[in-house]
Design a protein around this ligand. Structure first.
Ligand code: ADP
Length: 354
């Protein structure tokens, strides 16, 4: 029996045994933490005053569940979300209870298990927010696709070639935007579920960076592009496509958030890791917002530059961290930004295998 009580005390969930008259017969340590009460402060006190659990209507749970307890067939409460008021603060908790009945079927005691539900409620709220942001992000390009296609279908003869070309170009760009958004969402769901699969091999980061820069050079002649890697820059054990995706995101941002100037990709070797920095001479980011740029859907508006989906850097961080690396940024408003990532070199050579 002593052992059983030790187990109850060690349980992460709060356990409270309540007598038929509503007073607490036993409370484990987790229950005392939940109630913000000291050792043995709960036993002997009315549940509704030491652990006031209220339903949506604000009624106290023990008092208003009296009818339920009087119904002989009811064995307990499967799971209910209630609000606990303790030390002047409210907290969502999940309650489940079993009613212990005597020979006459009257409730002798109720064994209640309580669990802090704040984390779950926050996750639910985040999910809801994500869905509404997504719905909005998908709707705006689709509205233009739908609007222009139906205009073209109904009034084909009334438009000149130039106008039709303009509408089709917009449709084409918006369809690309939807496709890209869906691709990014798939990346995110893989990152968040920890299902990102890395195809690691020894890769040459300078070569990948040269390829990325080459593509941007052709499209953006208003910018100068520089590439510098030391000659002894080692091969890195990493996923080629993911590293290319990271570099593409960073160079794309550097170009997008600057009106010309130089975009540089520089590599450095630091012990058992390598670092790659992408710098620009663009609009920069105010210091208090720098940590936010790696969060989901964060976009900083109001600077005239067209922003994207706000997912690029979130994905970049996920991809780098999946390699055991890290990404961070330094920036000065109107001077420019440096986004830098570090990757462990890894690989057989470092593990001491020839
Ligand atoms: P987006 O699709 O909007 O570019 P990102 O996740 O790539 O989304 O970036 C998030 C935000 O961070 C951008 O909207 C922008 O405000 C800011 N940002 C990212 N890179 C830079 C940069 N090189 N210079 C200035 N601001 C940047």
């Amino acid at each position: 029996m002593a052992d059983t009580e030790a187990y109850l005390e060690a349980l992460p969930d709060a356990v409270v045994v309540v007598d038929a008259d509503g007073t607490v017969a036993y409370a484990n340590a987790a229950a005392e933490r939940l109630a913000r009460a000291g050792r043995d402060e709960l036993a002997g006190q009315p549940l509704d005053s030491v652990l006031p659990l209220r339903d949506e209507a604000g009624s106290l749970w023990w008092a208003c569940s009296a009818r339920l307890r009087r119904l002989p067939g009811v064995r307990g409460v499967p799971l209910r979300e209630l609000t606990l008021w303790a030390a002047g603060r409210s907290m969502p908790v999940d309650l489940s209870a079993t009613f212990v009945r005597g020979a006459d079927a009257a409730v002798v005691q109720a064994v209640c298990v309580l669990r802090d539900a704040s984390a779950r409620r926050r996750a639910d709220a985040n999910r809801g927010e994500l869905i509404s942001t997504l719905a909005h992000e998908l709707r705006s390009p689709l509205t233009s696709v739908k609007g222009f296609t139906s205009t073209l279908l109904h009034r084909w003869d009334r438009f000149g070639d130039e106008q039709k070309r303009h509408m089709l170009t917009t449709i084409n760009a918006d369809a690309d935007r939807v496709t890209r958004l869906i691709g990014e969402l798939l990346d995110i769901s893989r990152i968040e579920a920890g299902r990102l699969e890395l195809q690691r091999q020894m890769i040459e980061v300078p070569r990948i960076a040269r390829g990325v820069i080459g593509r941007f050079e052709q499209l953006h002649d208003g910018h100068a592009f520089r590439l510098s890697f030391p000659p002894d820059f080692p091969e890195v054990y990493a996923d080629r496509d993911k590293v290319e995706q990271v570099l593409t995101n960073l160079v794309e941002n550097a170009v997008k958030y600057s009106q010309g100037g130089t975009v540089a990709v520089r590599g450095e070797v630091t012990g058992d890791a390598v670092e790659v920095a992408v710098t620009d001479e663009g609009i920069g980011i105010p210091p208090d917002q720098v940590p936010l740029i790696f969060t989901k859907f964060y976009r900083r508006g109001g600077h005239g530059a067209p922003t994207g989906t706000g997912l690029g850097l979130f994905i970049t961080r996920g991809l780098v961290e999946a390699h055991g690396g890290r990404v961070w940024a330094r920036s000065e408003v109107d001077r420019g930004t440096e986004v830098r990532f570090r990757l462990p070199r890894g690989g057989l050579e470092l593990a001491g295998i020839e």
